[in-house]
Design a binder for this molecule. Structure first.
Ligand code: ADP
Ligand code: ASP
Ligand code: MG
Length: 430
């Protein structure tokens, strides 16, 4: 008997019929003798609808109230799912995040889980019930309802799996695993049998929304066995279904150089021009931006000339207007010339741990984009990723170009050189 946490995303619980299908799937796992904790999201589109209602009331609603409204989407699906399980003859109890003791900090709309009280869940599991816990939500120490950021049900599920020391956390979604890139953009994208935590964390951070970043962080930190799989396919109940997120497999002699292409459409770029070139100005610019709780992504400062320099950085597009307002004040304070911005940029990244041991990835990437006439506005690299900022209109073209340039549509094989993808053994799933 195993303890399994199963998370079902919005599309998977998008209608009463689909919720019934989820209940049947859960019932099969329960019938095999497993203890099951189910974490549903809100029905597809529901969270957007709720947030839009709030925006109708005010262009900048109080984040505390936003969380009160946004959390109701999941409250509906837990009850519907529990009722559907009863109809399958299964004993089941639903709980909201606060009811079950998901304690978070008070950062409304993007709260972090601090602790989970397992008592209630354990008790219900031991009574033979399937436990249905609302994803995406918790409460802070004062009892205020909080939500965990968009896509946060993934994190609820992994955190519950970590707290309960579950044998596996299964993320059921509308694709059958993690692909080399978003299969909606590149139909030739290939499903990966395994991907390392490190790579998955980069892919998620760089825009692959198949898993929320924090869920991957949690899984890595607490060694949760994490699997992404389809809620629309038949149950396999074997060890090979979907994509398993693994710690790096030492048995692999060689890694594929690139494991995937990630992209993020939600970026915006801001530039302060003619910044006095003296120590402390970067802090004077970014300090107020950080104080406003705006995450800064890429940063570029040009070489100074004539005592001034240009300073550019990127932020989430939702924060663009707020960041621009701050920069206009900063500009006056530091005596910069002007502020410019572009809210229609996006970021494309190549990710792979194999990059560490293979030089030449950047040049291959730049050559491929250059050949297609795609202009790069910013570049940033780390040990296992290269990201470029490009204009939004070239995004899909760039993703397809890079997917092809790195041969990602071909079966997974290790590579000893960038050009000879098929000269060594096939890597089998661990
Ligand atoms: P859910 O509602 O189940 O949480 P999401 O929409 O959050 O589902 O995530 C699943 C979607 O992630 C897929 O439909 C797919 O379009 C997208 N996606 C982006 N990048 C990838 C990738 N590399 N592999 C698989 N899916 C991806
Ligand atoms: N319902 C929330 C959202 O749409 C959480 C989730 O789906 O994971 O972001
Ligand atoms: Mg999701």
């Amino acid at each position: 008997m195993a303890l399994i946490v199963q998370k079902f995303g919005g599309t998977s619980v998008g209608s009463t019929e689909r919720i019934r299908n989820v209940a049947r799937r859960v019932a099969r796992w329960h019938a095999r003798g497993h203890q099951v904790v189910v974490v549903p999201s809100a029905m597809a589109g529901e969270t957007n609808r709720l947030l839009a209602l709030a925006k109708e009331m005010s262009p900048s609603p109080d984040p505390r109230e936003l969380d009160v409204i946004a959390s109701t989407g999941e409250q509906v699906t837990i009850a519907l799912l529990a009722i559907a399980l009863h109809a399958e003859g299964i004993q089941a109890r639903s709980f909201t995040g606060p009811q079950v003791g998901v304690l978070t900090d008070s950062t409304f709309t993007k709260a972090r889980i601090l602790k989970i009280n397992q008592d209630k869940i354990r008790k219900s599991l031991n009574d033979g019930s399937v436990v249905v816990v609302a994803g995406f939500q918790g409460a802070d120490e004062e009892g205020n309802i909080t939500t965990l950021g968009r896509g946060g049900s993934d994190t609820s599920a992994v955190a519950l799996a970590a707290a309960l020391k579950a044998d596996e956390c299964q993320i059921y979604t509308d694709v059958d695993g993690v692909y080399t890139t978003d299969p909606r953009v590149v139909p030739e994208a290939r499903k990966l049998d395994t991907i390392t935590f490190e790579e998955m964390l980069e892919m998620a951070s760089l825009g692959s929304k198949v898993l929320q970043i924090r869920s991957v962080e949690f899984a890595g930190k607490y060694k949760v066995k994490l699997r992404v799989l389809s809620s629309f396919e038949e149950d396999f109940d074997d060890d090979c279904a979907g994509t398993l997120i693994t710690i790096e497999d030492k048995k692999r002699m060689e890694q594929p150089v690139i494991s995937g292409i990630a992209f993020n459409r939600d970026e915006a770029k801001l530039t302060v021009l003619g910044v006095p070139d003296r120590p402390g100005t970067a802090f004077q610019i970014l300090g107020p931006v950080a104080d406003a709780n705006i995450d800064v992504d890429m940063i570029i400062q040009n070489i100074g000339h004539d005592g001034t320099t240009d300073f550019s950085f990127t932020v989430n597009r939702n924060d663009y207007a707020k960041a621009m307002k701050i920069l206009k004040e900063v500009k006056e304070r530091i005596g910069a010339r002007s502020v410019a911005g572009n809210p229609t940029i996006c970021k494309v990244s190549a990710v792979g741990v194999g990059m560490r041991s293979h030089p030449g990835v950047a040049s291959r990437m730049f050559a491929a984009l250059g050949k297609e006439g795609i202009n790069m506005a910013m570049i940033s690299t780390s040990e296992i990723k290269i990201s470029v900022v490009i204009d939004e209109k070239s995004l899909e073209h760039a993703v397809r170009t890079l997917h092809k340039a790195f041969g990602l549509e071909k079966p997974q094989k290790s590579t000893l050189s960038l050009t000879g993808r098929d000269e060594t053994d096939i890597i089998t799933p661990s």
